[in-house]
Design a protein around this ligand. Structure first.
Ligand code: NDP
Length: 300
């Protein structure tokens, strides 16, 4: 068997197109422009690239982008004061604080200072609780993207066996809650799980969010399963030249693609969905703030 390759890049473009359509309608019908504020503290090069991409894609979708770049030595007090200003700003519907923050700043305190209704990363403790109790929440972008890919591929997920490998707060746990909400039978595996191979083999849906290059081989996968590989790992690629590297997922793609029904590649699978879902969450937050109908197909 040879798996279908799930084209996350193309699907993310479709989501961004839906976002742009909705943004246009909000503007034309209600005079509204959804706004996303991104806060970056420090000069971490990877974070700078993420923030630039987020700003670019926000504007391409017709939304307002507000970037706040602060020096690494910014105090927690000053950062909290900025968050308070953004919470109060009517033009800002979504606030994202790029993580990680410098060590002298309490990350949880900052995230929980964001207005729950503007927490488009879905990391605020109240959004975590709302998701866990099956209420209307803003949902973390990466697991939301995985859910959209799964629904697009499989339709209804009800009754399927889903295994999530990884229990982080940003991917594994919210993913498990979303799958549970769609009536999957969910198992969450982690570093202490016994016989991980056997656990994975019962999955109709396997989501890998571990951060270990190619650790899940094809013979851990149930024939026909849908495999969502969240992992992004950079490994040496001497075959491409001295000092060269390449990106791989947590799943061994070549062997898994022989067994799975469908699989996301790395890169080009889950990765592009994250920013698309950030834009979707910003539109959702804007609609909720103004008591308007939420965009269909852009929420959990
Ligand atoms: P974390 O490091 O926070 O969590 C990793 C999880 O994997 C932990 O729950 C850990 O278990 C588990 N784990 C580690 N080793 C094993 C093992 N040998 N067997 C089973 N489980 C194991 O990572 P994140 O959730 O933040 O990220 C996971 C991956 O996803 C990374 O590669 C990251 O780069 C990528 N990622 C991609 C995104 C995107 O596509 N946009 C966004 C976010 C993340 P335990 O809890 O027991 O320690």
């Amino acid at each position: 068997m040879s798996a279908d390759i799930i084209d996350g890049k193309a699907f993310a473009a479709t989501i961004r197109g839906k976002v742009a359509d909705h943004v246009k309608a909000l503007h034309d019908e209600h005079g509204l422009v959804p706004g996303l504020a991104v806060v970056l503290v420090g000069e971490d090069p990877a974070s700078q690239v993420y923030v630039r991409n987020k700003g670019k894609q926000t504007e391409e979708a017709g939304m307002a982008s507000f970037e706040h770049r602060l020096p690494a030595e910014t105090s927690e007090e000053d950062l909290l004061a900025l968050i308070a200003r953004l919470n109060a700003a009517p033009a800002v519907h979504g606030i994202l604080v790029q993580l990680p923050l410098p060590d002298h700043i309490d990350e949880a305190k900052v995230i929980n200072a964001i207005d729950v209704a503007k927490d488009v990363d879905g990391f605020h403790i109240s959004n975590v609780g709302l998701l866990a109790t099956g209420q209307k929440a803003l949902v973390p972008c990466t697991p939301l993207g995985c859910l959209m890919l799964l629904r697009d591929r499989l339709g209804a997920l009800s009754g399927l066996d889903a295994v999530v490998v990884g229990r982080s707060n940003i991917v594994g746990k919210p993913m498990a809650h979303l799958l549970l909400r769609d009536s999957c039978t969910v198992t969450v595996a982690h570093s202490r799980t016994r016989d991980l191979a056997q656990v994975c083999r019962r999955a109709d849906i396997l989501v890998a969010a571990v951060g270990r290059p190619e650790m899940i081989p094809g013979d851990w996968i149930k024939p026909g399963a849908t495999v969502i590989d969240v992992g992004i790992n950079r490994i040496p690629a001497p075959e491409r030249g001295e000092g060269k590297t390449r990106l791989v997922g947590d799943v061994h793609f070549e062997s898994a693609a022989q067994v799975a029904g469908a699989i996301t590649p790395v890169p080009g699978g889950v990765g592009p969905m994250t920013i698309a879902c950030l834009l979707a969450n910003t539109v959702t937050a804007c609609c909720r703030a103004h008591g308007l109908v939420e965009p269909e197909g852009l929420t959990a």
